[in-house]
Write a protein that binds this ligand. Structure first.
Ligand code: ADP
Ligand code: MG
Ligand code: MG
Length: 610
């Protein structure tokens, strides 16, 4: 909805309207649910979302800078594209970022696989064509020197000794100003939590690494001693300004969408680890490889009461997780026994949903989403219809930034129940991004075709999420995974080379596996890629040789990343920095190292260099 002429409410005004807005949002869900719960036969459409950061490369000075020109770039792209069938370009949080989606979703036919990379290449080409010669669209999750010195054009630099000028590292100029929603969410997260957005990430301890925490801030802001070995970032942009790769899948009906959602819950940490591509934050090599923990802290709008740091007085709930986190619950009734954490949910909403005929699992999911407050409201749309409108519902659903999102059908369109897969880090090249997107698409196909079951206790999924962001998680960590993923039906139908065990000695239906075992198989689990290959063989009449060849090259990349034959992007970046002749073994990624790193990244991203 276009809210550009609307009047956003302040946080105080939002708080005065919370009850009414949430009640309307729940009523809107109930109406939509009843209208669409029996909707069937929607085609399998799917699509990707790619986020880019625009970087200026100065080969004479040997520096790179973020270009804060997204607004102009989007205007140019959108004027040029009027009336044409072209990719869709939208703003993102950073003033240096843009997002693109394909001109229309891909269809379920296997040969649609070949459209993905072509579309991504087309989009990169189109974006490049409206930039200057020395500007490059990077698909890199985190800009290594965001917040350090003069990192942007136009310059946003401030006096490093002036600690009273806040935010300290992330001046507001870095935030995209052309959309009220973005600026309101930014302000309201700060106002809601009653303080600054502070992010702490462990620094990578090399032999000469000194205090990563700026001494001047430490003294003036009286920060804790325990933070000394942390990279300190202040501001939403450190998380929200990262680029991700998301995919959305439309399912035949609600039951299938719920089933897929639950099966993808534990695929999220695996794909986060496999796509890891952000080891550098605020100019330091960190001890994590993904953007996820930064995002989680930056979008954490919980108050001290909600976090359990003060007794509950003004707030209603103790909340375990940030708004940006792994999903809280499985949403199919048959998986409720695996929801083994204390789910906090809005009891009134829950009762109302149950009374309207929703089952317990879906009611809890929705009532969990509604423990969060809306972060953007306008006076013009405050009072809404529960039948004609859905904005209060969408407002809550779209600001629960979990690893997966169940998206509702859109009335009078061919858009049905969809599941959005949200954890992946963006990769440097279109080939890699296509490989990851297609791989997740094929996982959804085998899940549905063989009724695979990846469900494990949700507390173990949370542990997997923590493991996924660690340094070199693919090689160093093990992940809880289900031993027997086959329903009785599927196991008789499919031909597998390494059959999974049906019963296990210790009675646990999960164990720890490496990512290599999960992707490529072991004696207990055939592996996602062998299962995909079996599926593709059974569908060979739907594809042609060229598509098969392309699919195999995508699967090979994923397989090699999982086995370690091919390093993750995070590993490539980490290695580039630590073996650079100018690297001082102090974890610092200097301007010149950053410049050469970005040149190397541009080389890896096909079409990146003009
Ligand atoms: P959001 O930012 O809310 O996640 P976007 O509009 O940016 O959503 O992206 C939507 C994604 O869903 C795109 O990849 C698009 O191609 C895809 N998509 C659009 N319509 C459908 C549909 N009916 N079924 C599945 N995917 C769709
Ligand atoms: Mg989007
Ligand atoms: Mg999205």
């Amino acid at each position: 909805m276009d809210t550009s002429n609307h009047t956003p409410l302040s946080w105080e005004e939002i708080t005065n309207n919370l009850d009414g807005v949430k009640k309307q949002g729940i009523r809107q869900f109930i109406y939509q649910y009843k209208k669409h719960k029996d909707r069937r036969n929607d085609p399998l459409y799917w699509g990707d979302e790619i986020e880019y950061m625009i970087v200026k490369i100065d080969d004479e000075e040997k520096t790179t800078k973020l270009c804060l020109k997204a607004k102009d770039v989007l205007e140019t792209l959108n004027i040029r594209n009027i009336g044409n069938r072209t990719p869709i370009w939208t703003p993102e949080f950073g003033a240096y970022m843009v997002e693109s989606i394909p001109e229309r979703p891909y269809s379920d036919l296997l040969y649609s696989i070949s459209e993905v990379e072509l579309s991504m290449k087309e989009r990169r080409k189109e974006l490049t064509s409206v930039l200057e010669e020395d500007e490059i669209p990077f698909t890199l999750p985190s800009y290594p020197r965001l917040g350090v010195g003069c990192f942007a054009v136009p310059s946003t630099e401030r006096n490093p000794n002036n600690v009273t000028s806040k935010p300290w590292f992330s001046p507001d100029d870095v935030i995209y100003k052309g959309r009220q929603r973005t600026t309101s969410i930014h302000q309201n997260i700060k106002d809601r939590k009653g303080g600054k957005i502070e992010i702490l990430i462990p620094v990578y301890q090399d032999i000469k690494t000194k205090l990563a925490f700026p001494a001047v801030i430490k003294t003036k802001w009286k920060m804790e001693q325990s933070n000394d070995n942390s990279i300190f970032m202040e501001g939403l942009v450190f998380g929200a300004g990262c680029c991700g790769l998301q995919t959305t899948f439309q399912m035949d009906n609600l039951d299938e969408a719920r089933f897929l959602y639950d099966q993808l819950v534990n695929i999220c940490p695996i794909m986060l680890a496999l796509s890891a591509a952000s080891p550098v934050h605020r100019g330091y090599l960190s001890d994590i490889d993904t953007r996820w923990p930064v995002l989680s802290q930056s979008f954490d709008d919980r108050t001290d009461e909600e976090k359990g740091q003060k007794p509950l007085k003004n707030d209603r709930f103790r909340i375990q997780k940030s708004r940006w986190s792994s999903v809280e619950t499985y949403i199919c009734p048959e998986h409720s026994q695996y929801n083994n954490t204390d789910i906090v949910y809005d009891k009134d909403s829950y009762e109302e949903l149950k009374n309207e005929g929703l089952d317990e699992a879906l009611s809890k999911h929705i009532a969990y989403l509604f423990i969060r407050d809306p972060l953007f409201l306008c006076s013009e749309t405050l009072d809404q219809d529960e039948i004609l409108d859905i904005q209060h519902l969408e407002n809550i659903n779209s600001t629960n930034w979990q690893t997966l999102r169940l998206k509702l059908p859109i009335c009078n369109t061919s858009t049905g129940w969809r599941v959005e897969f949200r954890p992946m880090e963006i990769q440097l090249s279109d080939f890699e991004n296509a490989a990851y997107a297609v791989f997740v698409f094929l996982v959804t196909r085998i899940v549905i075709a063989y009724r695979l079951n990846f469900v494990i206790p949700i507390s173990k999924v949370d542990e997997n999420m923590s493991a996924a962001s660690k340094r070199d998680a693919v090689m160093e960590e093990k992940f809880y995974f289900r031993r027997n993923s086959f329903s009785d039906k599927s196991i008789t139908e499919i031909k597998i080379t390494k059959p999974g065990q049906l019963k296990t000695k210790d009675g646990n239906d999960f164990c720890q596996m490496t990512i290599d075992e999960i992707i490529n198989g072991n004696v207990e689990f055939p592996g996602l890629i062998p299962l995909i290959k079996t599926y593709l063989e059974s569908k060979c009449e739907d594809t042609d040789e060229e598509t098969n060849h392309l699919t195999n090259s995508y699967l090979k990349l994923i397989s090699d990343r999982a086995s370690g034959a091919e390093p993750t992007t995070a590993n490539f970046i980490r290695n580039f920095v630590t073996t650079h002749p100018y690297y001082q073994q102090d974890s610092i990624v200097s301007d010149i190292i950053n410049y050469e790193l970005l040149k190397a990244c541009a080389k890896k991203s096909n079409g990146g260099i003009k």
